[in-house]
Design a protein around this ligand. Structure first.
Ligand code: CP
Ligand code: NVA
Length: 310
């Protein structure tokens, strides 16, 4: 693995190995602390958008592994404005051992990876959110086990960056995937096509519907995300109208299996895409999911920055 830009850059076995590495690092940390695998290493963290989880979990992950992180806020280097993305990539690579970037255009992540000599990690782009996807499947494996065949992940909401990483991860790991949202907000056609190819290889199924009950029926995992993502603030009112029938509430959760877990990448807009009752209720996996960002990303960091296969 040279960079971590999308789950689909991994093979299904590579994804499983990374998840196992995250489980091992989590167990090691819970047992008293991690070995300093990244002693003397520094991660540069470039943000074009706000963040709680991504910023803090990456920074703490580096501290756990004996390294350090530098936070670069949206107003500092002004990626692609003050200087070109390739020039920023070239210069950052001379200072730091790895670059994590949260951007608007996915093309900027690809350009960073192309021109950086240090490994690049995608901390969210408008296209996908692979660190989130990795943490989510870590959570799903912890609760549902490794055998995901015949189990269903239902995503209710926008066919957005988070949904993209989830369809890919599910299809790679052999988990059935269903998505329900209003017309006009489906997953991109190329994502659906690649998802179908991966699902065909793993033996899982994909379903796209406009009916949230159909997607959630018999589901093992019910997932939602904000209706308007960062950068879509001007569409907030129109999206609130379109997505109103797609709230994940207790009534919708009742359509899932009795032991289904509810997931949300956070930040949540309580009372819109998800209710307090689901966030704080017996099905909620939200806080383990948030914690798992740190463990999942530590596996990525150790893989990319440690310089060995430990
Ligand atoms: N889920 C997630 O990426 O959260 P932040 O936007 O707070 O980093
Ligand atoms: N889809 C959301 C995810 C935030 C973690 C966004 O891009 O804003």
């Amino acid at each position: 693995m040279e960079h971590f830009l999308a789950l689909t850059e991994l093979t299904p076995d590579g994804l499983r190995d990374l998840l196992q590495k995250a489980l091992d690092l989590k167990a090691e940390w819970k047992a008293g602390g991690n070995r300093p695998l990244l002693k003397g290493k520094t991660l540069g963290m470039v943000f074009q958008k706000p963040s709680l989880r991504t910023r803090v979990s990456f920074e703490m992950g580096m501290i756990h592994l004996g390294g350090q992180a530098i936070y670069i806020s949206p107003n500092e280097i002004k990626l692609g404005e003050r200087e070109s993305v390739p020039d920023a990539a070239r210069v950052l690579s001379r200072y730091v051992d790895g670059i994590m970037a949260r951007v608007f255009a996915h093309a900027d992540i690809l350009a960073l990876a192309q021109y950086a000599s240090a490994p690049v990690i995608n901390g969210l782009s408008d296209y996908n959110h692979p660190c989130q996807g990795l943490a989510d499947f870590l959570t799903i494996v912890e609760v549902k086990g490794w055998d995901l065949g015949g189990k269903r992940l239902a995503f209710v909401g926008d066919g957005n960056n988070v949904a993209v990483s989830l369809i890919f991860g599910a299809a790679m790991l052999g988990m059935d995937f269903a998505i329900a949202g209003p017309p006009g907000y489906e997953l991109p056609a190329d994502v659906w096509a690649l998802g179908q190819k991966l699902a065909g290889e793993s033996g899982s199924t994909l379903l796209a519907t406009h009916d949230p009950r159909e997607a959630v029926s018999g589901a093992d995992v019910v997932y939602t995300d904000v209706w308007a993502s960062m950068g879509q603030e001007e569409e907030t009112a129109a999206r609130a109208r379109a997505f109103a029938p797609y709230q994940v509430n207790e009534e919708l959760m009742a359509e899932a299996k009795p032991d289904a877990i509810a997931m949300h990448c956070l930040p949540a807009h309580r009372g819109q895409e998800i209710t307090d009752g689901v966030c704080d209720g017996p099905h909620s996996a939200l806080w383990d999911q948030a914690e798992n960002r740190m463990h999942a990303q530590k596996a990525v960091l150790a893989e990319l920055l440690s310089g060995d296969d430990d």
